[in-house]
Ligand binder design. Structure first.
Ligand code: HEM
Length: 510
C-alpha cells in the first residue's frame, strides 16, 4: 500500500513538474531547488541570514528577478524598479495580496492589510478620509506633546545609567504607541502596564509569523494549532484583541460623554453643531464606530481586527524608523551637525513647538529620514498574487504565482543606488533625484494598496525628531564599531540593542 502511494506521488510529481506553470517558473534563474523541498533548507536559517540570502546573495547570483521554491509553492523575487512597473500599474495585480499573508489572519482577521480585493476596495474608501490633511494637521499638538514625554523618558534613562549608553528602541516604541492612541484611536492615554503587555504580544506574534514563513509545514493550520508556536500564538492574538477591544470600549464611552455635553450646550446656546464639518474631521476610531453603529459596515469582531491591524501598522514601522534614524545620526556626526544647522535656522535655538509651516522648511531632515528608510525600510518585502500572466524582462510570470517585491534588496541594489551601504542623505536632494525611477524608493510600498498612514508617519517622524534633536546630541561610545545587523521579521529589527550616548544640548526655553 505504502509503495503504491509513493508510486502515485511520484507520478503526480512527474506530471506536475512538466506542467506549463512549473516550466515557466523554472525558466527564471534562481537557486538550485531540491525535489519537493525546493529551497526550504536554504531559508531555514537565522533571521539575519534570511535577510542576507533573499536580498543580497540571490540577487547577486541570479539578478534582479529570481525564482525560489517554498516546497511546491514558488515565489518570484523582484528587486529592480523597472521590473515592478507591470506589477504596480496593473490595478488587479497591485491590490491582490498573496495567500502567504493568510497566516496573519489569526491576529488581524480580514482587516485592511489582509482583505481580498472587493472588501479591501470598500473599506479603504471608507477609511482613507481619516488620514486627510486637515485631520493630520489637528494631530500636530499630540505629536509635539508626546515628543516632550519621550524627551523626558530619555533624560530619565540617561540619569538612571549615570550618563552611560541607553537603548533607544523601547523608548521610541512607547512614544509611537502613545501617539497612535492619542490621535487616530481617539485621545486614549495608555498606562505603562498596557503598553508593556501590548508590546510583548505583538513581538511574540511577529516572531511566530516569521517562523511560519520559514517552515512551510507550520502553515498547515492543523499542524500549527498542535505545535508549541501555535499555542503561544493563540495567547499573543488574544492579548492583541483584548487591547483593541479596550480601545474601542473606552472611545465609545468618551464619545457618549462628549455627545451628552454637546446636547447640553446646544440646549443652552441654541447652536447647531456643523454636522458636515464634524464628519470630514472624524478620526479613524470615530469613523469606524460610526460605520459600525450607523451604516452596519463593520461587525464588532471586524472592528477589533481593523483596530489591531492599524495599531500594528501604525506603531512598529515608525518605531523602527525612529530607532534607525537616531542610530544613523550617531554614526554620522557630520550629518547630525547639518540637521542641527537647519533646526537652528528654523527654530532660532529655542524650544518652541514645531508647526506645519516649520515642517516645510526642514528639507535636510527629510532627506535624512528618507535615506534612513532607504537603508532600513521597516517592511523589507511585500507580496502580491498574480491574477493573470504577465511578462517581465522577457520571462512569462504565470497566473497564480506569488510575487515578492524585495524592497530591502532593491534599496541596497548597487545598480539602483551606487555605494548602497553608505548613509548619504544628499541622494534625495532634488537635483540628485532627477531620472531616478519612481519605484526605486518605496518604503511605503506603491500603487493603490500602498501605506494608508504614510503622510501620518512622515509628519510624526519630522515633528518628533525635530523636537528630540534640538534637545539631545546622539553619539556612539565607539564610532568604529561594526554596524548593527538587521533581523528579517515582518519588519526589519536591529539584531542587538541600539545603545546610544545621549547628551543634553543648550536650548533657549520660551
Ligand atoms: C515609517 C512608517 C511606516 C512604514 C515604513 C510603513 C510601510 C507600509 C508598507 C510597506 C505597507 C504595505 C503595503 C503593501 O502591502 O504593499 C503598509 C501598509 C499599511 N500601513 Fe504602513 N507604514 C508606516 C506607517 C504607518 C502608520 C503610521 C500607519 C497608521 C497610522 C500605517 C498603517 C498601515 C495600514 C493600515 C496598511 C495596510 C494598507 C492597505 O492594505 O490598504 N502605516 N505600510
Amino acid at each position: 500500500m505504502g509503495l503504491f502511494l509513493a508510486f502515485l506521488l511520484a507520478v503526480y510529481y512527474w506530471v506536475w513538474s512538466r506542467s506549463r506553470f512549473v516550466r515557466l517558473i523554472n525558466a527564471i534563474p534562481g537557486p538550485k531547488a531540491l525535489p519537493l523541498l525546493g529551497n526550504v533548507l536554504d531559508l531555514n536559517v537565522n533571521h539575519d541570514e534570511f535577510l542576507r540570502v533573499a536580498n543580497f546573495k540571490w540577487i547577486k547570483e541570479h539578478g534582479s528577478i529570481y525564482r525560489v521554491w517554498f516546497t511546491l509553492r514558488p515565489m518570484i523575487g523582484i528587486a529592480a524598479p523597472e521590473f515592478l512597473e507591470p506589477i504596480f500599474t496593473n490595478s488587479a495585480t497591485a491590490i491582490a495580496k498573496s495567500i502567504e499573508y493568510d497566516v496573519l489572519i489569526s491576529g488581524f482577521g480580514k482587516s485592511l492589510p489582509l482583505a481580498k480585493a472587493d472588501l479591501w476596495k470598500k473599506n479603504r474608501r471608507i477609511l482613507n478620509p481619516t488620514f486627510n490633511v486637515n485631520i493630520l494637521n489637528n494631530f500636530m499638538g499630540a505629536f509635539n506633546d508626546k515628543s516632550l514625554v519621550c524627551a523626558r523618558e530619555i533624560e530619565e534613562a540617561v540619569q538612571c545609567n549615570n550618563g552611560g549608553e541607553i537603548n533607544v528602541f523601547p523608548i521610541m516604541t512607547r512614544c509611537t504607541l502613545d501617539i497612535i492612541c492619542e490621535t487616530a484611536m481617539g485621545e486614549k492615554k495608555l498606562s505603562d502596564e498596557e503598553k508593556a503587555n501590548y508590546i510583548k504580544n505583538i513581538h511574540g506574534f511577529q516572531n511566530v509569523f516569521q517562523l511560519r514563513l520559514k517552515r512551510p509545514w507550520l502553515r498547515l493550520d492543523w499542524i500549527f494549532k498542535l505545535s508549541d508556536p501555535g499555542r503561544r500564538n493563540k495567547q499573543f492574538c488574544q492579548g492583541i484583541r483584548d487591547f483593541s477591544e479596550m480601545l474601542i470600549k473606552d472611545r465609545r464611552k468618551l464619545l457618549k460623554q462628549i455627545r451628552n455635553n454637546e446636547k447640553k450646550n446646544e440646549c443652552q446656546n441654541g447652536i447647531d453643531i456643523d454636522g458636515d464639518k464634524k464628519e470630514k474631521n472624524m478620526v479613524y476610531m470615530d469613523r469606524l464606530i460610526k460605520e459600525s453603529d450607523v451604516n452596519g459596515n463593520f461587525t464588532h469582531d471586524e472592528m477589533i481586527d481593523e483596530v489591531s491591524a492599524m495599531m500594528a501598522g501604525g506603531h512598529d514601522t515608525s518605531t523602527l524608523t525612529f530607532t534607525w534614524f537616531l542610530y544613523m545620526m550617531a554614526r554620522n556626526p557630520e550629518k547630525q551637525e547639518l540637521v542641527m544647522d537647519e533646526l537652528n535656522l528654523v527654530f532660532g535655538g529655542t524650544d518652541r513647538s514645531c508647526s506645519s509651516e516649520d515642517l516645510l522648511e526642514l528639507k535636510y531632515l527629510e532627506c535624512c529620514i528618507k535615506e534612513t528608510m532607504r537603508l532600513y525600510p521597516s517592511v523589507p518585502f511585500v507580496l502580491r498574487h498574480l491574477p493573470e500572466d504577465i511578462e517581465i524582462d522577457g520571462y512569462i510570470l504565470p497566473k497564480d504565482v506569488t510575487i515578492g517585491v524585495m524592497i530591502y534588496g532593491m534599496h541596497h541594489n548597487p545598480r539602483v543606488y551606487p555605494d548602497p551601504e553608505s548613509f548619504k542623505p544628499e541622494r534625495f536632494f532634488p537635483e540628485n533625484s532627477v531620472g531616478r525611477h519612481s519605484y526605486a524608493f518605496i518604503p511605503f510600498s506603491a500603487g493603490p494598496r500602498n501605506c494608508i498612514g504614510q503622510k501620518f508617519a512622515m509628519l510624526e517622524l519630522k515633528v518628533v525628531l525635530a523636537n528630540l534633536l534640538r534637545r539631545f546630541q546622539f553619539s556612539l561610545r565607539d564610532p568604529t564599531e561594526p554596524k548593527i545587523e538587521c533581523l528579517m521579521e515582518i519588519t526589519i529589527k536591529p539584531k542587538t540593542n541600539v545603545n546610544l550616548i545621549v547628551s543634553k544640548r543648550d536650548l533657549q526655553v520660551l
